[in-house]
Design a protein. Structure first.
Length: 217
């Protein structure tokens, strides 16, 4: 599986990462899953959807969750975003509540992506119906590399860890150059009232960047 071919806008910044042994092993693992007829979430051609939808030079905010939804009708390659027509998740409802909206006819978060919000997970794929089935196969190391790349090549970026391993932020992100916000997973009651959206926009405005319109449309 030629993983690098799927990350067009990021291929230059990450090209050496895709040549590393762990990525070749990850590609072999995903190819084996496909040969065994195991359904992958999101679809194989959507694994890198977040990167292809949000070029590196447009990134202002990075949201990092744990792993994709385990239903093919929900997962579309953007963390917490739900494919049109998919069942609304409890995490999505919590996000809607935190941004101050009662509901939305849309479930995809593409409008955020178009404004420079990179929607990632610590693990970018999962077997349908099997949580954590693709953990410890190399994705975590790859996302670490992505975070290091953003840390190095951008400035005044907001990193929001929503239930993702917080340890990453301590060693991978320069806190003097970027803002790191640590939040519980949206399914946790602690997420409500975290004010991460307000804090993100305050930081962007302070640093001369256009704030994100968090309305889902």
């Amino acid at each position: 599986m030629p993983l690098v071919a799927q990350v067009s806008s990021w291929s230059e910044a990450l090209k050496f990462e895709f040549e590393r042994l762990y990525m070749r092993r990850l590609g072999a693992f995903l190819a084996l899953e496909a040969r065994l007829g195991r359904t992958m979430c999101p679809r194989q051609d959507e694994i890198f959807a977040a990167f292809n939808a949000c070029p590196l030079n447009k990134v202002k905010v990075v949201i990092i969750g744990k792993e994709p939804y385990c239903k093919l009708t929900q997962a579309e390659g953007l963390s917490f975003s739900i494919r049109s027509g998919g069942e609304v998740s409890s995490s999505w409802k919590a996000i809607i509540r935190e941004i101050g909206a009662n509901t939305s006819e849309h479930t995809t978060l593409l409008s955020w992506v178009e404004q420079g919000v990179l929607l990632l997970n610590a693990v970018l794929s999962v077997r349908e119906g099997k949580p954590q089935s693709h953990s410890n196969q190399g994705w975590e190391q790859f996302i670490d590399a992505v975070i290091r790349t953003i840390n190095r090549l951008t400035s005044r970026t907001v990193f929001l860890f929503w239930g993702a391993p917080y340890e990453m932020s301590k060693v991978l992100i320069n806190g003097a150059r970027h803002l790191v916000l640590l939040c519980d997973d949206p399914t946790s009651s602690e997420f409500h009232g975290c004010k991460c959206f307000t804090a993100t926009n305050a930081y962007l405005l302070k640093n001369g960047k256009t704030p994100i319109q968090w309305t889902i449309k």
